[in-house]
Design a protein around this ligand. Structure first.
Ligand SMILES: *[C@@H]1O[C@H](CO)[C@@H](O)[C@H](O)[C@H]1NC(C)=O
Length: 273
């Protein structure tokens, strides 16, 4: 490679690294809008909000089919919340939209801290962002229902985000065990019938009767989110090295939820078309 070509490649790499920079001076709250191409080909504008005082990050975008996806990471409570507002089929007697909420524990290093997110700025807001790392599909069997009016015990954000999903707030058994051990009241949860207990319970896509209970699946993908901080090295005059946060790594990750519905009517996207 010639010197000029490698210099140009280096400049391009630098430009890419600097496109999303962590600025030092910033307020506590921030909103960042990034353009993202979804797996369905739809170009969307994703809104990322961070509040370092309340210590949360939220992310929201609209899919090509009109579904509004919202994700929230509540670092104070180590809880993550997924919400899908799915447009209903009015001609089939459904509501205007159907809300689903899935709640789970937030693990360390799933997403960057809210304080770093609040400092994130982009130079070129028009750029269409592509995640640097495409992660697989995480399977979550969410067999327990969460009572909306008691859910504040898990996170104060559930009430706002999931009020439209009253009868469709789900979580995993393993998460419930963890929360019960931490002292959360058992009345927050309601265990739902599961495939193992009810062998007659079929997958919704193979259930004919719209009023029969069945096992529903729902999948979504967070196509772009800041998953890790990048550190750069610097050397001072004496040659002593140190590192500092100099940017973010972006990831894409899919989630596949399996849960009980009392009527197939509530799971029409599982139909064979
Ligand atoms: C949820 O909790 C509320 C208030 O504590 C209670 O009145 C209601 O019956 C509960 N709902 C279910 C489905 O258990």
């Amino acid at each position: 490679m010639s010197a000029s070509r490698s210099a140009a490649a280096c400049a391009r790499t630098l430009a890419r690294l600097c496109a999303l920079a962590l600025i030092v001076a910033a307020g506590l709250c921030s909103e960042l809008r990034v353009r993202v191409r979804l797996s369905d080909g739809h170009l969307t504008e994703e809104v990322l909000e961070a509040d370092s005082e309340k210590d949360f990050i939220s992310l929201e975008f609209k899919q090509g089919d009109g579904t509004l996806i919202t994700f929230m990471a509540d670092f104070k409570q180590d809880v993550k919340i997924f919400r899908a507002l799915i447009l209903g089929e009015l001609e089939r007697g459904q509501n205007q939209y159907q809300a689903l909420c899935f709640i789970s524990r937030l693990n360390r290093n799933e997403i960057i801290p809210s304080e770093s997110m609040a400092r994130l700025r982009q130079k070129n807001p028009q750029a269409i962002r592509l995640a640097e790392e495409r992660r697989g599909l995480e399977q979550l069997t969410v067999s327990v229902a969460v009572n909306l009016s008691r859910a504040w015990q898990l996170s104060p954000h559930i009430h706002n985000m999931c009020s439209e999903a009253q009868e469709a707030i789900y979580t995993r058994e393993a998460d419930v065990k963890y929360w019960l051990d931490k002292g959360v009241d058992g009345s927050v949860f309601e265990v739902l019938p599961q495939a193992t207990e009810l062998p007659s319970l079929q997958a919704c896509h193979s259930t004919k009767d719209l009023w029969q209970p069945c096992v529903c699946t729902y999948s979504l993908r967070l196509e772009w989110y800041p998953c890790l901080l990048k550190y750069c090295r610097t050397r001072d005059a004496t040659g002593k090295g140190s590192t500092y946060k100099c940017g973010i790594k972006s990831c894409s990750k899919g989630y596949y939820f399996t849960y009980y519905v009392p009527q197939k009517q509530l799971c029409l996207w599982n139909e064979e078309t």
